[in-house]
Design a protein. Structure first.
Length: 314
């Protein structure tokens, strides 16, 4: 005799299927092709007004998310050889950007954060490349897929904006115009006139990233900017402040431009330097110059613009 399946059986089966899912998101770093810094605003917690052109760079952190048993809470594992301050024994994993993103998604979805997160770091830490923001964005994208929420990007960006300035952009990558304190995003669609204009200016294709063991504190860079201001002709208003705190960045920019880079500048609040190059020969000249002049500790070759990559395994 056939029996009618119980509702509890369907629920249990669905829960077991969800638990076995793992969502992997590779999220790229970001840089700022232009970064104009305006006055501070009390309503933004003292943050500066920004007007920026974001560009995602193909150096990826990977976040994987797997559902855990109800009531078991979250877990976080960190992997990679370039963990920076994240590897410190005093680092509070509950303050990790990806974990904060998990908490924010759980609150918005009225769920418990019973998820195992793993972060594989490749983006330099404390480098002006938005590594923490990329991790948060990757976690948001992973949780949205893991819990089958399928929320529109506008809702995900609202959640991301509560966590940081760069995170709404990192959800989609590519190219975008950012305003507010950086969280208000207007995508620059591939193939649009604005995208073609940036390409014509040499802001796409092969990129070299000169990274450092040293890290810069973003608040310290902004405090220095408030004192020294923007350098003449600098499209990144934070560049002079970052170089004053980390002079090797200035040497890397000078060497890259002399070797034929289309553009070379401090990425965000630094100290990393990004150089857009026209061809492989120029890239090699810049690499040789940086190595000979000890202008960078780590050199990464990448492509820009880039976008997040989402995969699901059973």
């Amino acid at each position: 005799m056939q029996t009618t399946p119980r509702v509890e059986d369907f629920y249990t089966q669905h829960l077991e299927q969800t638990r076995s899912l793992t969502v992997r998101v590779d999220c790229p770093a970001k840089t700022n092709l232009t970064l104009e810094v305006g006055p501070t605003h009390e309503e933004w917690g003292g943050r500066h007004a920004l007007d920026t052109i974001y560009c995602a760079v193909g150096v990826y952190d990977t976040v994987t998310a797997t559902a855990k048993a109800p009531g078991s809470g979250f877990s976080l594992d960190l992997e990679g050889t370039h963990l920076g301050d994240l590897a410190s024994s005093s680092s509070d994993m509950r303050r990790n950007h990806a974990v904060l993103a998990l908490f924010a998604m759980a609150q918005a979805a009225n769920r418990e954060p019973d998820v195992a997160l793993t972060i594989t770091k490749r983006i330099p830490v404390g480098a002006g490349l938005g590594g923490g923001s990329a991790d948060a964005a990757a976690a948001i994208l992973a949780i949205d897929r893991l819990w089958e929420l399928n929320w529109p990007i506008e809702r995900l960006r609202e959640i991301a904006a509560t966590l940081g300035a760069d995170m709404p952009f990192c959800l989609t990558g590519g190219l975008a115009h950012g305003t507010g304190f950086g969280e208000q995003i207007e995508d620059i669609e591939a193939g649009s006139d604005r995208a073609h204009d940036l390409e014509a200016q040499g802001f796409t294709g092969e990129v070299l990233v000169g990274a450092y063991h040293a890290q810069l504190s973003t608040p310290e860079v902004y405090h220095t900017f408030d004192v020294v201001g923007a350098g003449e002709g600098d499209h990144n208003h934070l560049q002079a402040a970052a170089i004053s705190l980390h002079p090797r960045s200035g040497r890397a920019i000078e060497a890259a431009l002399k070797a034929g880079a289309r553009h070379a500048f401090v990425s965000g609040s630094g100290p990393s330097v990004v150089a857009f190059v026209p061809d492989h020969a120029t890239a090699q000249r810049i690499i040789d110059a940086w190595m000979q002049q000890d202008a960078a500790d780590r050199i990464i070759r990448a492509k820009a613009p880039a976008t997040p990559i989402i995969g699901v395994t059973q």
